[in-house]
Design a protein around this ligand. Structure first.
Ligand code: OOB
Length: 558
């Protein structure tokens, strides 16, 4: 296994194999199998392209051959930052077949995040786009390359714009595939690294194996009823775990269906694509669902034929029951709630669930072997119906983050359960209702922000003495971030502070929505005051003022 990763104990691995969850296939083979079954069906549509399975398969092989010839091969980490274009699939399957490990960056990430990913994983290469939605990814890649000496290659899906040191993917693709050159990775080994939402310090990386990930993909495709007739709209950035595997594009390709890639999740773009491509399934975060519901209700997309749409999946953050109830009457399709995490565990409401269960719960786990514990502050399990922290262990939930032994000691129990930091209640049917959070994280409409990562950037400003970043409730995003800042001498001014943060290369969704300058933080009643305690105190006070339950409050005792 890749160095710095925690394998499952052999008795668990044996059990997962015996139960048929881990089948010894690779992600590269998923596409190979589908292309054999459905060579002429359309695999992917987007950015003016339309590729059949045979075409996507051949492209992946040619690029994999070119990558291997270039010296990118087994075990190499390759950071991938691509917007929703068909090349994403060509690149990730080529990397799997070269035996290299994609490390997924979101299109929203900037120098701080992409640089960190390249540096921390010891990446051999970075694959990026040319420009997209007015943003120059090549410029970002060039900056990262200058800052990370180990990065030997920057490959551009598109035009290099003549920038020195960048290579176009078109120049890497081999004329013809050389199957003998391709790698045959161990299905039990790590296939890729995915970013976690993060709670403390720098973002953690999640190592997923071919075996464990493929199981979650196959089982998800079955639960969601995908078939070769499925047309899935990738409305969110498809490198996120939700649109990648829950069931996401991998589930759709496994089933032989078609993935349509949307360049952005706006109602104007997506509802037009649903109509034009006869989309049957799609997945969004709650704020996007609200935008679509409002657009249709207000007639902003009047005349659009959405009759092909069968399922709207909503996940990534809590979907309020009042909004959940509107999905069927307004969009004319079924709602499926999805409560998942890149670390593994994914819960779905099922097609056979009644309306109340679909509206009020976040679903139940994929696997009969997903072990769920809901525990109180003392670590003991609470009774069904009572709220507590969700701990989980199972055939597709990691046993440790990549190269993070200290963090792992806190994030996992000694017997291997992942502490999700989510406060949930379990219903008698085994469905979970997300009630809140015990972890230090802001969930900004599905985008996760680690407060102390942002605080560290604010503290780097010379006119800042101390900073605490907290969640404030928001009717649209669920939560937004507010930075409380104690200035050192003259306060820097909001605009100047925000400019400073952007200048540090932080993704836009991590830039605080509000900045409040204060003389002191509220006393916590604890002698030694940490930023963490201050955050909790400010968050509780903000929530009280807003009349909401305090975020980060401990779960009710047993
Ligand atoms: C998904 O994955 P991540 O890794 O970005 O975030 C995981 C966290 C969860 O621990 C939970 O705090 C929150 O996001 N979350 C939800 C939720 N779905 C995720 N909170 C309330 N209700 C929900 N439905 O977000 C993710 C991964 C795979 C599938 C779906 C979502």
């Amino acid at each position: 296994m890749l160095a710095g990763c925690t394998p499952w104990p052999p008795e668990f691995a044996d059990r997962y194999r015996a139960a048929g969850y881990w089948t010894g296939r690779t992600l590269g083979a998923l596409l190979r199998d589908a292309a054999r079954r459905h060579p002429d069906r359309t695999a992917v549509v987007g950015a003016g392209e339309r590729w059949t399975y045979a075409e996507l398969d051949a492209r992946a092989d040619r690029l994999a051959t070119g990558l291997v010839r270039r010296g990118i091969g087994p075990g190499d980490r390759v950071v991938v930052q691509l917007p929703n274009r068909p090349e994403v699939f060509e690149v990730v399957f080529a990397l799997f077949r070269a035996g290299a490990l994609p490390v997924y960056a979101l299109p929203a990430h900037r120098r701080a995040e992409v640089g960190y990913l390249c540096d921390f994983t010891g990446a051999r290469a970075l694959v990026t786009a040319d420009t997209d939605a007015g943003f120059d990814f090549r410029g970002l890649a060039a900056e990262v390359r200058a800052a990370v000496p180990g990065l030997r290659d920057v490959l551009v899906a598109g035009d290099t714009g003549g920038r020195p040191g960048l290579t176009a993917l078109a120049d890497v693709r081999a004329e013809a595939a050389d199957p003998a050159a391709l790698a045959d990775p161990d299905p039990a080994d790590v296939a890729f690294l995915q970013l976690s939402g993060g709670t403390t310090g720098l973002p953690k990386l999640i190592p997923r194996t071919h075996d464990d990930y493929l199981y979650s993909v196959r089982a998800s495709a079955e639960i969601c009823g995908l078939t070769p007739d499925t047309v899935y709209l990738g409305a969110l950035p498809v490198v996120h775990n939700f649109p990648m595997s829950s069931p996401g594009f991998l589930g759709v390709l496994h089933a032989g269906g078609t993935v349509v890639l949307a360049p952005d999740p706006t109602p104007a773009t997506c509802l037009a694509l649903i109509e034009a491509e006869r989309v049957t399934h799609t997945a969004v975060v709650p704020p996007v669902a609200l935008l679509w519901l409002d657009a249709v209700e207000k007639g902003a997309q009047a005349g659009r034929d959405l009759s092909s749409l069968r399922v709207l999946q909503v996940g990534g953050a809590k979907f309020a029951p009042e909004a959940a109830r509107r999905v069927r009457p307004v969009l004319g399709c079924a709602l499926q709630q999805v409560f998942g995490m890149a670390e593994g565990l994914v819960n779905y409401t099922r097609p056979e669930d009644d309306e109340e269960t679909t509206v009020h719960t976040q679903g139940r786990p994929i696997s009969p072997d997903d072990e769920i514990r809901v525990v109180g502050p003392d670590g003991a399990e609470v009774a069904d119906g009572e709220a507590g922290e969700l701990l989980t262990r199972g055939p597709y939930t990691i046993r440790g983050y990549y190269r993070a032994p200290e963090h792992n000691a806190a994030a996992f129990t000694p017997d291997g359960f992942y502490r999700t930091g989510d406060i949930v209640r379990r219903t008698p049917t085994g469905h979970l209702v997300v009630e809140g959070r015990a972890k230090d994280q802001i969930n900004r409409g599905g985008e996760k922000v680690a407060p102390d990562e942002v605080e560290d950037h604010i503290l780097a400003h010379p006119a800042v003495h101390d900073a605490a970043v907290v969640a404030v409730p928001d009717p649209y995003l669920g939560e937004r971030a507010c930075a409380y800042v104690i200035p050192r001498g003259t306060a820097p001014g909001r605009a100047e502070l925000l400019r400073f943060l952007r200048g540090r290369g932080l993704a836009a969704y991590k830039i605080p929505d509000r900045v409040e300058f204060v003389d002191a933080f509220p006393a916590t009643g604890i002698g030694k005051v940490s930023r963490r305690e201050l955050r909790a105190a400010i968050a509780a006070e903000t929530a009280r003022a807003a009349g909401a339950a305090p975020d980060g409050a401990p779960p009710p005792g047993p």
